[in-house]
Design a protein around this ligand. Structure first.
Ligand code: ZN
Length: 256
């Protein structure tokens, strides 16, 4: 179940996420610090309830990770993400909570309308106003909530600060530099035939060799933000700290 929402720029979404963090930590009289207590903010600052349930059974749809009942101010996260029972899912749990906060902050004006329609046609318990399914992650409404969660759990200044502490500067990691070093060490480089180059391209595209490098870096930072390695990698990529190539080289080759 998705619905249409208006376009919002990444900057608008990030500003809203930061605004919520500033408000919460201002009330505490503390600076923003990690990890972001998304569940605490949802319950105590925003006044929504948070619980777990078997959402697939409850709602009768597969791949559902979270749901929001806007009229009742209730958020449910699927029990498969319950962090005490499934510690390995902790990152995805917090990301899902941040995602539901994103719906609450960005999409409430749409949810009121959805409420009215749903309650008119159901005799039993009203259905949730948002059902979050992984298969619908590319829908605009879901993408916006995901991006909100990313900015909320991994605030830009905190990520830049962590990077700088770890590497001693804000210089990005560029995969092309690492790959170049590896290839120049190969004795057959100058004798490479076209078919070899074709194969090399195919292999690189198939296995995404940069993925291994990027995941290794993201693994260093994910625990302090209490997010998954994948979410951390996406955020580092978005902030320009992980790059496949130099921007200038990309422009000269015609761009892609
Ligand atoms: Zn969602």
């Amino acid at each position: 179940m998705t619905f249409n929402v208006k376009y919002m720029s990444e900057q608008q979404i990030e500003r809203d996420a930061l605004g919520l963090l500033n408000a919460y930590f201002h009330d505490l009289g503390q600076p923003i610090h990690l990890p972001i207590p998304a569940d605490e903010i949802l319950e105590t600052h925003l006044g929504l309830s948070l619980d777990f349930d078997d959402l697939q059974a409850l709602l009768g749809v597969p791949d559902v990770l979270g749901a929001l009942w806007a009229d009742k101010r209730e958020v449910f996260i699927d029990q498969s993400l319950e962090p005490d029972e499934h510690p390995e899912m902790e990152g995805r749990y917090y990301f899902s909570v941040g995602h539901e906060i994103g719906h609450w902050r960005l999409h409430r004006q749409y949810l009121r309308n959805a409420d009215g329609q749903v309650t008119m046609f159901t005799d039993s318990e009203p259905k949730p106003t948002v059902i979050c399914r992984t298969s619908q992650a590319k829908e605009r409404v879901e993408w916006q909530a995901d991006y909100f969660s990313s900015c909320f759990l991994m605030p830009r200044q905190c990520v830049l600060g962590a990077w700088s502490n770890h590497f001693g500067s804000l210089k990005p990691i560029v995969y092309a530099d690492i790959a170049e070093q590896n290839w120049t060490q190969r004795p057959t480089r100058h004798g490479m035939k076209p078919v070899g180059m074709i194969l090399r391209n195919v292999i690189e595209q198939s296995f995404e060799p940069h993925a291994y490098v990027f995941e290794t870096v993201a693994r260093e930072f994910a625990p302090m933000f209490r997010v998954s390695i994948q979410a951390m990698r996406i955020r580092l990529d978005k902030l320009g700290l992980l790059r496949i190539d130099h921007p200038l080289k990309r422009d000269l080759s015609g761009g892609y």
